[in-house]
Design a protein around this ligand. Structure first.
Ligand SMILES: *Cc1c(COP(=O)(O)O)cnc(C)c1O
Length: 417
């Protein structure tokens, strides 16, 4: 493997002796590769975040909902969030018990509500009208609700979920009407939740959201839990030595706020957090292959098989992923790395300085485990890639097969015959 060209993955022994090009030769390219040891480490870091007995980490499965991946998260003793029936379905298969699943719903149908009620899965509503619907379907039942703490943060407008501009949650000014509906249907409010947004690198905004959520919590007697949401960021610019999120700072501040609240509230309620990205991003490298190199006007383009149907983040959010080139090149040059989708926006990295790339080289997009495969699609009728897990002993095992051509028409109905 290269000298400087696999600096980040070498530093964490990511591939455990497997050569990236051997992996793509065996399992196909592009390829999502996960490292089990790193996944387990991230789970443990957050599970031990605060020293309080009723503290639960709900992994937010929308970041990555591969079955084997969820089985590992389950073994590590985390619980899970769900955003849909489909996530609940996979989570139950992965071994989570209904009481370990928290369904954070947004504008769901009666069918979806019934699905959760029938399985005894705690559901959080995020509007008065959805509370009313829940009350009609399950009078006398238990429910949770998402409130807008007024605090928002995140890496893109698209993922800021608290504050004035968001479609999410119930504004605290409606608490009197909310209580009326609870009473009308004899519902018990088990807990409240908040989520300010995705990808912030400092504890302060999060703690601001925590405090605002606890102020809302004080307006309800006898809650069982308060859930502070996810959004904890990871350093995507490792090649530029971007520092990690300071978990110790978060731990200390969160611990203090929890202690203060418990004393005032007079009950040792459960506190939850809902990280998705922090758990899943860094245990994954997305491998791809260089198929073409060309000069168009001012840019040198490196054409790969990683289109935005495989990894949507750079196009959708303008996100940065570090890139490693698994060759021995000593020189570097600025290139624009693109995929194979028929749209000019299909760009993975613009004017990025990389080791000089040749056709046939294997490249790796780092930190691709969150919102990577889970947002992949068949756009351009391209096949979604396989997923492979490098076990703790170094063995690489398949955890999802790549799509095959027949999969593309599996649910299509021909007019002929
Ligand atoms: C997406 C989401 C999360 C997880 O966000 P991350 O940034 O991946 O930690 C947590 N809670 C809710 C309600 C979400 O929608």
């Amino acid at each position: 493997m290269g000298k400087i060209n696999s600096k980040v993955t070498d530093s964490v022994n990511f591939f455990k002796g497997n050569k990236p090009s051997d992996l793509t030769a065996k399992f196909g390219s592009p390829l999502y590769v996960y490292n089990e040891s790193i996944l387990r480490e991230r789970c443990r870091e957050l599970k031990n975040l605060v020293d309080y007995k009723n503290f639960i980490v709900n992994y937010s499965a929308k970041a990555n909902s591969n079955l084997a991946f969820l089985e590992i998260v389950n073994e590590e003793g985390l619980y899970v969030d769900a955003m849909s029936m489909g996530e609940i379905y996979v989570e139950l298969k992965a071994g989570f018990k209904p009481e370990q699943i928290f369904f954070i719903s947004n504008n769901i149908s009666e069918e979806e509500m019934k699905f959760a009620i029938e399985r005894n899965i705690t559901l959080s509503v995020d509007s008065l009208s959805q509370l009313e619907r829940y009350g009609m379907l399950n009078p006398g039942g238990k429910v949770a609700a998402r409130f807008n703490s007024g605090v928002g943060a995140g890496h893109s407008e698209k993922v800021i979920t608290g504050g004035k501009k968001t479609k999410f949650a119930i504004n605290p000014e409606y608490i009197p009407e909310f209580k009326e509906i609870l009473k009308k249907y004899d519902l018990k409010l088990m807990g409240i939740n908040n989520h300010i947004g995705s990808l912030f690198m400092e504890a302060d905004k999060y703690i601001e959201g925590v405090k605002a959520t606890l102020e809302i919590a004080k307006q309800f007697d006898d809650l069982d839990f308060v859930d502070f949401g996810g959004g904890i960021g990871i350093p995507y610019e490792k090649l530029n030595d971007q520092p990690r999120f300071d978990l110790e700072d978060l731990s200390r501040q969160l611990g203090e706020v929890i202690d203060g609240f418990v004393k005032e509230y007079g009950k040792e309620i459960t506190f939850k957090i809902e990280p998705g990205r922090y758990i899943s991003a860094e245990c994954c490298v997305l491998l791809g292959t260089v198929h073409a190199i060309k000069h168009n006007n001012v840019h040198k383009f490196v054409g790969t098989d990683i289109g935005f149907n495989v990894l949507q983040r750079p196009v959708m959010y303008d996100s940065h992923h570090d890139i490693e080139v698994y060759n021995d090149a000593d020189d570097t040059e600025p290139v624009t790395v693109v995929g194979n989708i028929c749209e000019s926006g299909d760009i993975l990295a613009k004017d990025r300085v990389l080791p000089v790339v040749s056709i046939g080289d294997t490249i790796g997009l780092l930190d691709a485990g969150a919102y990577g495969y889970s947002m992949a699609s068949n756009y351009n009728n391209r096949l979604r890639p396989a997923e492979v897990l490098i076990r703790e002993n170094g063995e690489a095992v398949l955890i999802r097969e790549a799509d095959e051509l027949e999969d593309l028409t599996r649910h299509m109905i021909s007019l002929k015959n």
